[in-house]
Design a protein around this ligand. Sequence first.
Ligand SMILES: [Zn+2]
Length: 158
Amino acid sequence: MVMRYRVREIANWANGSTLLGLLAAGLGGATLRRGPNGLLLAHGYQLAIPPRRSRAFTVGNVVLCRLSDTELAEHPTLLTHEARHATQYAWCVGLLMLPMYFVAAGWSWVRTGDYASRNVFERLAGLADGGYVERPSRVAQRRAAQREAAAAAGRADR
Ligand SMILES: [Zn+2]
């Protein structure tokens, strides 16, 4: 294993985030197996938290996944995205990441109406790799809707 992944694995064990990930996997009825670069893949996670639109989420070095192996193989960048979150846990000294992530998600929601588009953690992990479509700011969305309405009114006048 490359040294930086070994360091990430040790850091996330030491800061407790991998332990919390294993607890979530156990509570969610997931089956664990070793993944690449020191990650642990927890398949078959059943709980409704976070909301079911999340196909996967990461706590420490544990990637909790709602997809089957086949579905995961169809989304090869998803694991890359989740692995970047594992690295973020190491940089954030583990569980400190959770409140910072929620603040970033709230900021994104205020700006765009979406929890990922302006969330620094999701942006650094790669929005497209995680299956997210970047939404414009609410101001830009409002302007686009006004332009559309004006164009529709113009068509109606003819
Ligand atoms: Zn993500």
